[in-house]
Design a protein around this ligand. Sequence first.
Ligand code: NAP
Length: 305
Amino acid sequence: MNNPLRSTTLRFGLVGWPLSHSLSPFIHTSALEAAGLAGEYQLFPVYPLPMGMDDLKLILSRMRGGELHGLNVTIPYKQSVMPMLDRLTGVAESIGAVNLIYMEQDRLTGDNSDAPAFLLDMQRKLGFFERTRTALILGAGGAARAAVYALLQNGWNIYVASRRVDAARQILTDLIQYRRVGSQRAAALPLEPAAIGNLAACDLVVNATPSGMYPDIHGSPWPDGIAFPPKAAFYDMVYNPPVTSMIQAVRAAGMVGTNGLGMLVEQAALSFERWTSRPAPRQVMWEAAMKSISVGIRSNLWNSD
Ligand code: NAP
């Protein structure tokens, strides 16, 4: 088994496309420095499949060989990397997406830290700790899957609303069939005013679409012309810009809304802990994220991972 801490230099990285201006190298470099570990976090931009297949295989073989000690995975590889690994954790298998890769007992292992990172940050920011609440998730991609998994596991009732309602239905079919996810109330809806406008009883709305993310900063996933559920708090997984158009509108209505920067930092912290077996210096990582996002704002540089 690899023991990365025996290496002089720890080598971590992020695989995806596009990766320009990712915040992850800043967050991880600051964590390595704060922990007194020599290391680096590299970006591995891999052109989408099928063109990027050889590059992706090469990066994974560098992990198997012990030359790399940990990888994060982002769009478009969170699903397509799964068959190339030796083992998936139960969470990654249930969600159907991997964003964290490590070696365990000589097996290349895929995990998903988006789900616990979302839950922890959402609870910390919005204070939802009690069970049996109702959430509306907007979107039906990988991030929505992670949020639905985390909330179902924690006893929430769920609506998933998506432009392609079939994709929302598929999430519920896939997740509810796993025995470890309970059978709370869950329903799929089209992301349209007629369907969303009736959900007055929602406690939480989660944006798990890229709508509102730079450069589409005026976009919002919330359909025009309908009121927000009056008791709901809003969690926007988008963090660039830090105050999205949807969160601006939520706050203008006197309601509470937060962005997904804390989720990004928490998934990085969980990755760091998995790769190094040391506690992550979360405060330092958070400050690095805040600093690099301010530099991004000033320089007009953004990224989506
Ligand atoms: P994804 O797999 O590509 O899924 C995107 C989903 O959003 C799809 O259901 C898509 O619907 C829908 N969508 C796209 N544009 C839309 C629009 N303008 N209006 C309504 N729905 C729209 O992406 P993902 O990995 O789930 O990521 C989603 C967002 O979450 C991204 O912005 C990503 O940066 C963010 N995210 C943040 C964190 C964090 O740590 N904060 C972690 C993961 C992801 P169609 O199928 O109809 O296109």
